[in-house]
Design a protein around this ligand. Structure first.
Ligand code: ADP
Ligand code: ADP
Ligand code: ZN
Length: 217
């Protein structure tokens, strides 16, 4: 099973991904997490990516395509993979199509989570992330049992630097311009399903599971 989660920053991709990966035993490929880990470890990749991420802009296509290709090779032997935050441009989507064709794989679903802008801003500016496992929380909408402590692993929660209001505004503009065209791209391939992301986390999860559990003719 090969799935893409598509949607604006703050739509709830990471939150749903965490649940989906565990239920369907998928390899989780989140380019944002991979890039943040690279920055944390001070690797050459992190040095290349940092400036773009701080400004809320996209890291160049060649860099992220390379990362995803490598990860897909590794996960080919497992039950499948969930892509979160990739592709983000039509060029990345085309490269992914090429890579998958080379590997003899194909996409099963592109799940588009739709949420309006005002709600996205509230979600992103209140987001907290676990330093250790990357789990997502929200100070109001999805708070941990103990303040600033991860329910999953006990790690410390922090606020991402790019979740400040100014950078959030830029990221939403970047999404509209560079990523939204992917909705038409995947609609043309009859792969996309749009889910109303303005529901409770559990309701969205149930809807996605119903889609994935459908037997294909
Ligand atoms: P993305 O990965 O799409 O950027 P996240 O999964 O990190 O989004 O969610 C963004 C923020 O919104 C997080 O703080 C998360 O806890 C919260 N959130 C996720 N899903 C919902 C939801 N359905 N309702 C309210 N808040 C949500
Ligand atoms: P969010 O979950 O809020 O949508 P991500 O964690 O996916 O954010 O991404 C954070 C940042 O990492 C992006 O603003 C961008 O700079 C960079 N990034 C992540 N994935 C990609 C990608 N596929 N292409 C280019 N840049 C990316
Ligand atoms: Zn954690």
């Amino acid at each position: 099973m090969l799935i893409i989660l598509l949607g604006p920053p703050g739509a709830g991709k990471g939150t749903q991904a965490e649940r989906l990966v565990s239920k369907y035993n998928l390899d989780y490929i989140a380019t944002g997490d991979i890039l943040r880990n690279a920055i944390k470890s001070g690797s050459p990749l992190g040095k290349q990516a940092r400036g773009y991420m701080e400004k809320g802009q996209l890291v160049p296509d060649e860099i992220v395509v390379g990362i995803v290709k490598e990860r897909l090779m590794e996960s080919a032997s497992r039950g499948g993979a969930l892509l979160d935050g990739f592709p983000r441009t039509v060029a990345q989507a085309r490269s992914l199509d090429d890579v998958l064709q080379e590997m003899g794989l194909k996409l099963d679903h592109v799940i588009h989570i739709e949420v309006e802008e005002e709600e996205l801003i509230a979600r992103l500016t209140g987001r907290r992330v676990c330093r250790d496992c990357g789990a997502n929380y929200h100070i109001k909408f999805n708070s941990p049992k103990v303040r600033n402590v991860c329910d999953q692993c006990g790690g410390e929660l922090y606020q991402r630097e790019d979740d400040s209001l100014a950078t959030v505004t830029e990221r939403l503009a970047v999404y509209k311009k560079q990523t939204e065209p992917l909705i038409d791209y995947y609609a043309a391939q009859k792969l996309i399903t749009t889910i109303n992301g303005n529901q409770e986390i559990d309701a969205i999860f149930t809807e996605i599971c119903t889609l994935l559990d459908q037997q294909k003719p």
